[in-house]
Ligand binder design. Structure first.
Ligand code: PLP
Length: 348
């Protein structure tokens, strides 16, 4: 593995940023309807949200076209990525994923004794599905796919991924992390969720943190076979970590389609603006399908982060494929202008 990430200093690097573009958060959220529901529900916080959680699960099941027994809730999808890793890898094994990938599930799998089998993305930045299938061996307990991928913001062709998941899930479960899928114009059509109804052993992760703008309210879920969820829920508890008002906020957020569309459109506008600015600066970038994008930087990652932080702009830096990269999240247009101004000072 040749993937390295420079983490921001949470204590000193974050609080006085004027443009916080380092965590792929939605700058416009939570949606007005979610916020109202959260405020109204706060007084119910002396109760556990069992009944309300059941209602949210039913609503999600309808939305996804599956049954309630196919849904497991968590305080953000991180919780479910981590629980899956802990339960599936408690007796070792290996996890196959792209490199670079979103590392949350992989790091927890490693920490309970699994090994990571990284498979480099292809030159067009899509998953090398053929090589990933070849990497599966007798010890493989899970294949992890993040589509669109983080930190690259790139996608893998829909039908190829459907075929891969259908075939490979007969041997080993496939986990598809769709945190950013809703930023695609036709995201709903690109989900792998329908494979659950076909009986395939796939686990699809979704979150309210991104397009719904609820990263700090902590709601996410996975969709999978009942038998898979039973395995996870025999040992861990789904939904227990979600706060009472957050359940209400999620129920309301699902109905706030205007906000979801607004987030998608403004995100695309900001992305176009950043593309143009990078073009003007003569900086190449990787076209993105998400709420963030990456581009190579001619500077060591830590030094770059420090300089950007001095200018009060928070971004992320990575090292992979023998290069240093900046990953910038889409904020408001004003924040993106601060970002490009800072970048001009630091790089040009
Ligand atoms: N999956 C991916 C690909 C992500 O980028 C993130 C957060 O950045 C998550 C999952 C976890 O998000 P949350 O725990 O807020 O649902």
């Amino acid at each position: 593995p040749f993937f390295k990430e420079y983490l921001p200093n949470l204590e000193t690097g974050m609080p006085d940023l004027v443009a916080k573009l380092n965590a792929n958060e939605n700058p416009y959220g939570p949606s007005p309807m979610a916020l109202e529901a959260f405020k109204n529900a706060a007084a119910g916080g002396n109760r556990y949200a069992w009944k309300e959680l059941f209602q949210l699960v039913g609503k999600i099941a309808d939305f996804e076209g599956v049954q309630s027994k196919n849904i497991m809730m968590g305080p953000g999808s991180s919780d479910l990525l981590e629980k899956t890793a802990m339960v599936l890898f408690m007796n070792g094994g290996n996890v196959v994923s792209a490199d670079p990938a979103y590392m949350s599930l992989i790091r927890v799998a490693e920490s309970v004794g699994a090994t990571w089998k990284p498979v480099p993305l292809k030159d067009d930045w899509s998953h090398d599905l053929k090589a990933m299938e070849e990497a599966i061996d007798a010890d493989t307990k899970l294949v992890y796919i993040c589509n669109p991928n983080n930190p690259t913001g790139t996608i893998t062709e829909h039908q190829e991924l459907v075929d891969f998941c259908s075939r490979v899930s007969q041997k080993v479960p496939v986990f598809v992390d769709e945190a950013y899928l809703w930023f695609l114009e036709d995201g709903a059509k690109k989900s792998m969720v329908s494979l659950v109804n076909e009986g395939k052993d796939v686990i699809i992760a979704r979150t309210f943190s991104k397009i719904h703008g609820m990263a700090g309210l902590r709601v996410g879920y996975i969709v999978a076979q009942e038998s898979t969820l039973n395995k996870l829920q025999n040992i861990t508890r789904g939904g227990m970590g979600i706060s009472y008002p957050s359940v209400y906020a999620a129920i309301a957020a699902m109905d706030d389609v205007a906000f979801i569309d607004k987030s998608r459109n403004l995100n695309a506008e900001c992305r176009d603006y950043v593309y143009q600015s990078l073009d003007q600066m003569g900086i190449e970038y990787v076209p993105s399908h998400t709420s963030f994008l990456i581009f190579p930087i001619e500077m060591e990652g830590k030094a770059f982060l420090d300089k950007m932080t001095e200018l009060k702009v928070g971004v992320r830096a990575f090292e992979f494929m023998g290069k240093n990269w900046c990953r910038v999240s889409m904020g408001t247009m004003d924040e993106m202008k601060m970002f490009t101004a800072a970048l001009n000072k630091v790089l040009v």
